[in-house]
Design a protein around this ligand. Sequence first.
Ligand code: FEO
Length: 163
Amino acid sequence: MLNKKMQDALNQQIQAELSSSYLYLSMSAYCEAAAFKGFGKWLRIQANEERGHALKLLDYVLSRNGKHELKVIEAPQAEFGTMLQVFEKVLEHEQHVTALVHKLYETAHQEKDFATLTFMQWYVNEQVEEEATAQEIVDKLKMIGDKSSAALYLDKEYGKRAG
Ligand code: FEO
């Protein structure tokens, strides 16, 4: 059984993951509308992944006989500027999520909730990957500067993401 503090922290993380999903969905629509279909597809898949992260947490809360508490998800922004600015925002957001994951991990440690500690290890590892991927896209977009043919090539490449 989860203690109240742990349960609240996990429910808060469900909200954070769903907020990420909502933000990436908005970014995806923005890219699509700007004719960057590949980045749009990549972000749509990312939005679905974030929803998956939330569901994994929800299932965990339920498996520990905890009480779910779904919170309000605020509307994300709709305009994001250049593709570089879109992915800089993704990176910044992932760094924020990493900080939240680490805080949750710390809480599990303080509460001596070893099951949650083990469960959260997956999220700690996932964040390393998520930040690295976002960083790579930012670096590539910086590299190409304002060369639109290169931007379209990258768009095509990232549009190959399958899941
Ligand atoms: Fe689930 Fe990208 O953090």
